[in-house]
Unconditional design. Structure first.
Length: 233
């Protein structure tokens, strides 16, 4: 039986908790933290089930395949395919992690908490207020070219929150930043309910955000100092 807290632990591990580490080529699809129909009517059960069991599963499989290919290249001493393997590793590894974070950042609408004070204070300091951050995030999400993500990230080098708009799963991202809130704007995430109305889907997402989880992600991210500032812990 899979650990029901595995998804949460994957997210926190990325942000600095090293409690869990999957062996190379042996990543598994973690369970969702809620039932497939828990986010209805804003995100329908069929979309959640397909998104999790088909789309995220394909990234898990792709990540495992890339890691195994890299191990073989190292064993054989044949590095001719490394550029292609690295591309697949980045695409699938980012796709897997982004989805883990995405699921963790949502909660049924009737359970949505208020924004915790520490998170709200940081948002006010960095954006001027929750409305300004929300407006920037929505604008970025709605205008992602093609497929991608909108993210709220902690930038340890600048010691501030930023909104970032990613193409695919990993492009247009500042290395070292730690995502604390993620929204998938690939069409498979919303098409069954919203068709091509991405704006309406983005509005619905803000009714599902688990602000307690986002605040926890920020606390963990802030506790890990930027390596460029000399912390080697």
């Amino acid at each position: 039986m899979q650990d029901p807290n595995l998804l949460r632990r994957i997210v926190l591990r990325h942000l600095g908790d090293r409690e869990v580490r999957a062996s190379s080529g042996k990543h598994e699809l973690p369970p969702l933290p809620y039932a497939y129909d828990a986010l209805e009517p804003l995100i329908d059960e069929a979309t959640m089930r397909l998104h999790h069991t088909k789309h995220q599963k394909s990234y898990v499989d792709g990540l495992n395949d890339a890691e195994k290919a890299l191990e073989k290249a190292r064993r054989d001493g044949d590095y001719s395919a490394v550029p292609s393997i690295h591309q697949k590793l980045a695409f699938n590894g980012a796709g897997h992690f982004n989805h883990c974070l995405f699921w963790q950042c949502m909660i049924p609408e009737d359970q949505q908490p208020e924004v915790p004070s520490a998170l709200l204070e940081q948002i006010e300091e960095d954006f001027g207020g929750l409305l300004q951050m929300t407006s920037e995030f929505k604008a970025g999400a709605e205008k992602v070219e093609g497929s991608g993500w909108a993210m709220l990230v902690w930038d340890p080098m600048s010691q501030m929150l930023r909104v970032m708009s990613l193409q695919n799963h990993q492009k247009n991202f500042i290395p070292g930043c730690l995502p604390i809130l993620a929204l998938d704007v690939w069409e498979h995430a919303y098409y069954l309910t919203y068709q091509n109305d991405r704006s309406k889907y983005v509005d619905s997402f803000f009714k599902l955000i688990n602000w307690n989880a986002v605040a926890e992600h920020l606390a963990v991210a802030r506790s890990n100092q930027d390596i460029l500032n000399g912390d080697r812990s």
